[in-house]
Design a protein. Sequence first.
Length: 133
Amino acid sequence: MLHATGYNKALSSHSTTSRNFIVHTSSVESSVSTSSRRVSRDGNVSGQFWVDSTCIDCDLCRRMSPSFTRAGDGSVVSKQPSSKEQRIDALQALLSCPTSSIHAEKADKAELKFAQRGLPKLVPGCSHIYHCG
């Protein structure tokens, strides 16, 4: 069973010090299964990534990826990621979104695992503050 932190609950409850990361893909998987029930925010450009109307304007995605910008009272995808690095940044924003408002159509699971391994990620310009994912 996956724990909300992304760790396998059974593994983390043992007395060993080893922690095995397991990708918590519910955000990506739910983007496919719930995308027909979620309403895309006006202003999203067409493509793989999009933000739905449940966005609470927390600013996290805009700090993590240049693909996101503010539009009205929330975020939208203003330009689709054009490189692997930009896709990883967008996937890390997706994994970190507190309301699961970011969606990725047909996300590559290997890229998603790579993105998760990069979290927590040091906030640029800060020496002790991290985006946790």
